[in-house]
Ligand binder design. Sequence first.
Ligand SMILES: [Mg+2]
Length: 312
Amino acid sequence: MPAHRVLRAALPLALAACAAACATRPPPAVPAHRDPGRCGSEPVFAAGGDRATLWVRNSPEYRAASETIYRAALEALAAGLADPAWTAEPTQSGASLALPPAVVMDVDQTVLDNSAPQAEMLLKGLCFDAFPRAWDEWLARRAAPAVPGAAAFIRAARLMSDSAGRPVRIFFITNRECAPRAGNASACPQQDDTMANLEALGLGSGTLADDLMLRGERPDWGAEKLPRRAAVAQGYRIVLNVGDDLADFLPGVRGASVAERDAARCARADYWGRQWFLLPNPMYGSWLVALGSDLDAALAAPLKVLADCPRG
Ligand SMILES: [Mg+2]
């Protein structure tokens, strides 16, 4: 029998089967992150993050951008190591430029990719108050993959040395926060988790416990990262800084307005792409906090950050 006749004969049977099965099938559920009443007056955590998260998780463009930045960072590191006046920390000068070399790196969306919990939170429609627990559960999984290019950069950087033959040491300054965890006796389970995650990626070192600096690990180590960079700068010349948030580089930009943040960016215009390398993170960050909770109003606002920095 010709194919079209087979199809024509089978169609009534298929329709009858569907009439029975399809009538009892429940209507498709509204995805949790699209349920507007889910969190009451609180916004859904990661609301509006669908495309950003898809871009990080699925696009070769993200991978290429990240690898581009890390390749350029490695070249800049070589240049900085050869230049004794070079530092990535504006507060560092004088005799401290003769110290052994170091690189400062943020962890999340700089070295470790957290797009997986971002996707999970989106699909579950988690509200803000549920975020801390979901985040801590993610850290405890110790399962973050490396950001594209990060592992190769770290391994290569650790093999490099300054003109005096002193090797580069990498410090990780992260706002992963030390916090007690039920059933865990450690004072900072998040440090154990982050070290284990980095070691599983082949990024451990004999000094990793000291090189990894968490928020709250010491009393003066708050969300603002400058005190931790200052602590590194007491013993090392910081040749390069790598992060994904303006606050990884600049003090006082967390909680500032978009205009203030952009002025801060311009105030250090010469550092970008030389001593400072910023990875793209469209999913979250202090850039998003600065927009406030009304993202529709932010979308409707005039374009704010396209202006060139004034030449000083
Ligand atoms: Mg980060």
